[in-house]
Design a protein around this ligand. Structure first.
Ligand SMILES: Cc1ncc(COP(=O)(O)O)c(C=O)c1O
Length: 466
């Protein structure tokens, strides 16, 4: 339910240039330059298409350092849409995580979550706490018919509380449309069960709502009793169950920013003093006022089913087209990206040689499409310096909201099929430079046996230059 009114030129560079670019980037798609990227499907973060009204919101924003009316309009939109009375901005989602872990987590604490996100885990561990993932056993099965793989297992949560004692559980974290296991939602009934356990033990329930609208859209499609509710009502219901809500505004609100919101004034007052120390004054919190202007509009627009469902429906189409030719993908389709199961796609590449990273690099060489490694490269070493293998090795092909069309997806499907036929050419990677934290952002790797060159040769022989 949108049309294109502004466009950006993109170009596809020749395959030898793509080989040069990925080698220069250390086989890490984060380090590619956009001039070398054809379809940028790295992420859905900060790269969604904004609406005309969001641009208008930017122009109309009040730039005052303190007391900006744009902030008060934003706070009103948050209360209308999410139902929270108290809100502060932060420059992005991880800044909200920084504040929350600084205030609520201490060394030795445990933080149970339905699944970690990379930056969340880094902040939890930097606070000296432990991130515990307590999903149902089948959440990590990439091929599945479980419609709610993002659910938290209540029995395991009870055991964690028993083991650590409730004083040591800093908070319980639920993530909407769980990113690292393939954008999988939780159900409302599961969230209610977790809420009841938190109530019983007086524990805080923190909701990462970066992708709350896709989660609500999927609840509407998949959970009994929700088919006739609006996405807006489902989002409100989800939010009513959390003590503290935070989000990366780079996703659902299609801007670049973040926020923390709550109805509990005492909790809010614990966080608020730290805002000017780490982010900025109370009425901008590290964000540009213009982004807050666009976010105010984005908050109201994001619950429109045409916005909440736009990437969900494209992902369903994309995954369906790949299933037709037997490409191993995460099912059911989620709310963030199409995820290739790299261990099944490249069965000869051992996990210690990073199959998801190899597949992301190989996809770039074969298509100019930039995807993201979500496997063991995305795991940092443990406190003893040992490598930690990921539970699953996924190559994530994200669909930023309202950016790409079905024909772009068809191009991706075509090239993925070509690559699948030539998968034996692709081998593993090894690190040549490894940063100490969030290594996936800046790490550099080398292809074993120079397989990138062999893949380029195969491509030139069959497809040609482009
Ligand atoms: C679920 C989730 N939480 C938190 C973050 C961190 O947000 P940001 O990238 O805005 O710092 C992300 C980013 O992708 C995310 O997907």
């Amino acid at each position: 339910m949108h049309k294109t009114r502004m466009v950006q030129r993109i170009s596809l560079v020749p395959v030898e240039e793509r080989l040069r670019a990925i080698a220069e980037a250390g086989y890490n798609t984060f380090l590619l330059k956009t001039k070398d990227v054809f379809l940028d499907m790295l992420t859905d973060s900060g790269v969604n298409a904004m609406s005309d009204n969001q641009f208008a919101g930017m122009v109309n924003a009040d730039d005052a350092y303190a007391g900006s009316m744009t902030f008060y309009e934003f706070a009103e939109a948050v209360e209308d849409v999410l139902g929270y009375k108290y809100v502060m901005n932060a420059h992005q989602g991880r800044a909200a995580e920084h504040l929350l872990t600084k205030v609520f987590a201490k060394a030795g604490d445990a933080i149970p979550t339905n699944y970690h996100f990379t930056t969340t885990k880094a902040h939890i561990e930097l606070a000296g706490a432990t991130c515990l993932e307590i999903y149902y056993d089948d959440a990590l099965k990439t091929e599945s018919s479980n419609l709610f793989k993002g659910n938290m297992d209540p029995d395991k949560l009870r055991k964690v509380i028993e083991k650590y004692g409730k004083a040591k559980v800093a908070f319980v974290r639920m993530e909407a449309t769980t990113n690292l296991i393939g954008g999988q939602p939780f159900s409302m009934s599961n969230l209610r069960q977790i809420r009841q356990i938190c109530d019983k033990h007086h524990l805080l329930l923190v909701l990462d709502g970066s992708l709350v609208c896709e989660n609500a859209y999927l609840i509407r499609q998949r959970e009994k009793g929700y088919a006739n509710k609006t996405v807006a009502a489902i989002v409100r219901e989800i939010c009513s169950l959390a003590d503290i809500y935070y989000m990366s505004g780079r996703k659902n609100t299609s801007v670049r920013g973040g926020m923390i919101a709550t109805n509990n004034k005492a909790l809010f007052d614990k966080i608020r003093p730290w805002l000017p120390v780490y982010e900025g004054f109370y009425t901008y919190g590290g964000m540009s006022m213009r982004e807050i202007g666009a976010m105010t509009v984005g908050i109201r627009e994001m619950v429109d089913p045409a916005v909440a469902g736009c990437s969900v429906e494209q992902i369903k189409y994309f995954v369906g087209r790949l299933i037709e030719t037997g490409i191993p993908v995460v099912t059911p389709p989620g709310g963030l990206a199409c995820h290739l199961d790299a261990m099944k796609f490249l069965p000869r590449v051992p996990q210690s040689q990073y199959p998801a990273g190899s597949l992301a690099a190989a996809l770039y060489i074969s298509s100019g499409i930039r995807s993201m490694e979500r496997g063991s490269v995305s795991m940092d070493r443990d406190r003893e310096g040992k490598e930690v293998m990921a539970d699953i090795e996924l190559t994530r092909i994200a669909l930023p909201r309202r950016v790409y069309s079905i024909s772009h997806i068809e191009y991706a499907v075509d090239r993925i099929n070509w690559l699948y036929k030539h998968r034996d050419v692709v081998k593993g990677l090894k690190f040549v430079f490894e940063p100490p934290v969030l290594r996936f952002f800046d790490g550099r790797l080398k292809p074993i046996d120079d397989w990138g060159r062999n893949l380029t040769k195969a491509f030139k022989g069959e497809i040609g230059t482009y």
